[in-house]
Design a binder for this molecule. Structure first.
Ligand code: ATP
Ligand code: MG
Length: 174
């Protein structure tokens, strides 16, 4: 029998107020595709995929070793990536975001977690399976990223939901 696994990813959760504003704008614009539920809005930092349950403890310890600064994240571009994922993206990737992703990748590699080889593409998915490919400027939606989270992605009869497994602070400027 195959060993039990958890589908895991590190992400920046979208705060509730910004998620409400983003969804209101998305729904008013009637963007094509299947809308991502408001509670699921996030920006993936590192996608781990299926991991053995017994690796969870080491991944939670990994989270505590990441010392990275908090930063302002501004999403100001509408883009369509992959097979019809309509997203908000930052027109410039904050240095601190790149640093956080690099720190996670380095520690994950040391644990032997193999990540997707595609380069990091910061995005917050709004809808999926869109046949049109909207892109261009968007109103700026942003928040101060003050923590990051390890989520378990779980498929349910009501769609995918993300269960928080761990949460760690990003460091305030001294
Ligand atoms: P579902 O696939 O069930 O429709 P989902 O895409 O929200 O739902 P997951 O597939 O578990 O859930 O993905 C969780 C997050 O990780 C999403 O942001 C997704 O875009 C991202 N992700 C999934 N697969 C990869 C991958 N191979 N490389 C990078 N990021 C990925
Ligand atoms: Mg998916």
């Amino acid at each position: 029998m195959s060993e039990p696994t958890l589908r895991l990813f590190f992400a920046l959760p979208c705060p509730v107020e910004q998620a409400a504003a983003i969804c209101a704008w998305r729904d008013e614009r009637a963007l094509e595709g299947r809308p991502v539920p408001r509670a699921n809005l996030h920006l993936t930092l590192a996608f781990l995929g299926a991991q053995p349950v017994e690796h969870l403890q080491a991944l939670l310890e990994l989270g505590t070793t990441v010392q990275a600064p908090a930063f302002q994240l501004n999403l100001d571009r509408l883009a369509t990536i992959g097979k019809g994922f309509v997203c908000l993206q930052p027109s410039a990737t904050p240095l601190a975001l790149a640093y956080l992703v690099a720190a996670l990748n380095e520690r994950l590699a040391a644990l032997g977690v193999v990540l997707d080889s595609r380069p990091f593409l910061p995005h917050l998915t709004l809808t999926r399976q869109s046949r049109s490919r909207p892109h261009g400027p968007a109103p700026t939606f942003g928040w101060r990223a003050e923590h990051f989270v390890l989520y378990q992605s779980q498929n349910t009869a009501d769609g995918v939901r993300y269960l928080e497994q761990g949460r760690w602070p990003l460091l305030a400027a001294s």
